[in-house]
Design a protein around this ligand. Structure first.
Ligand code: GLP
Length: 243
C-alpha cells in the first residue's frame, strides 16, 4: 500500500488525475475503472483540462463503472450514467461504445449482474480502478456485511448511505433503495486501485481501511491485500491514522 498525503481536495484531485493520465499515456487502450460521488469530481476536471490542452487521448480507452442505482434511467439526472456523462464523458474523446456501467433499468437483477461480470471478465478487470469510500467503509456500493461478495450484485443500501446521498435528491424518499454494484472480486481484479478520500467524515473509514482488521464489516479493508493499492487522501481524512 502506498499513501499519498495531500493538503486539500485540489491536491488530492491532481495526484489522482496524474496517476490516471500516466496510465493512459503508458497504455492508450487502458481499461479505466471509474467511480461517482463528490470525491473523484476534481480528478475528472483535471483530466478534462489536460485533454483540452491536447495532452491526453482517450479514444482507445474503455471504462468500467462501479455501480448504478436500480430503477433510474440513464437520462435521470441522479443516475450514475448521467453523472459520468456530465462530469467526464461528454468532455473527452472517449467512444460511447467503450463505456460500461451496470444497467439500472434492467429489472432482472441476476441477469444484469451476470452480464456485467461477463464484461469485467472479458477485459480481465480494469487496468486502474478509481474508488471513493463511503462513511461506513463501503466501496462501490458494497455495503458492510458478513461476507465479501465476489461478483456484481444487487444491494440494499444502508441507512448511512441513504443519509449521505440524500443531499443529491429532492426528498429522502426519492433516494433509490437498491443498486447494482461491481463486487469485491471485480474491484480486486484491477491491476492498480486508487482510492481518493477527503474530509474529516471519512477519517474513521480511512483509518479502518489502512490499519483495521480485514473484515467485510469494512469492505474497503480488503484493499490491504491488493498488491498495488494507492490511497490519496487529505490531512483531515488521514487524521485518525496511527502516527
Ligand atoms: C456513493 C458511491 C461510492 C462513493 C460514495 C462516497 O455511495 N456509490 O462509489 O465512493 O458514494 O461518495 P462521496 O465521494 O460523495 O463522499
Amino acid at each position: 500500500m502506498r499513501i499519498i498525503a495531500t493538503k486539500n481536495y485540489d491536491e488530492m484531485s491532481r495526484a489522482a488525475a496524474s496517476l490516471i493520465a500516466a496510465q493512459v499515456l503508458q497504455k492508450p487502450d487502458s481499461v479505466l475503472g471509474l467511480a461517482t460521488g463528490s470525491s473523484p469530481i476534481g480528478a475528472y476536471k483535471k483530466l478534462i483540462q489536460w485533454y483540452q490542452a491536447g495532452a491526453l487521448d482517450f479514444s482507445a480507452c474503455s471504462t468500467l463503472n462501479l455501480d448504478e442505482y436500480v430503477g433510474l434511467t440513464p437520462d435521470n439526472d441522479q443516475s450514475y450514467a448521467y453523472f459520468m456523462r456530465q462530469n467526464l464523458f461528454d468532455h473527452i474523446n472517449i467512444k460511447p461504445e467503450n463505456l460500461n456501467i451496470p444497467d439500472g433499468t434492467n429489472p432482472d437483477a441476476a441477469g444484469e449482474c451476470a452480464r456485467y461480470d461477463r464484461v469485467i471478465e472479458a477485459f480481465g478487470g480494469a487496468d486502474l480502478q478509481l474508488l471513493g469510500i463511503g462513511r461506513n467503509g463501503h466501496i462501490g456500493f458494497n455495503e458492510p456485511g458478513s461476507v465479501f461478495v465476489r461478483g456484481t450484485n444487487c444491494v440494499q443500501l444502508t441507512q448511512s448511505t441513504i443519509d449521505a446521498n440524500k443531499r443529491f435528491f429532492a426528498r429522502e424518499e426519492d433516494v433509490p433503495r437498491k443498486a447494482y454494484t461491481m463486487g469485491i472480486g471485480g474491484i480486486m481484479m484491477a491491476r492498480r486501485v486508487v482510492l481518493v478520500a477527503c474530509g474529516e467524515d471519512k477519517a474513521e473509514a480511512v483509518a479502518k481501511t489502512v490499519s483495521g482488521p480485514i473484515t467485510p464489516e469494512v469492505p474497503a479493508s480488503i484493499l490491504q491485500l491488493h498488491r498495488d493499492f494507492v490511497l490519496i487522501a487529505d490531512e483531515a481524512a488521514l487524521s485518525q491514522l496511527e502516527k
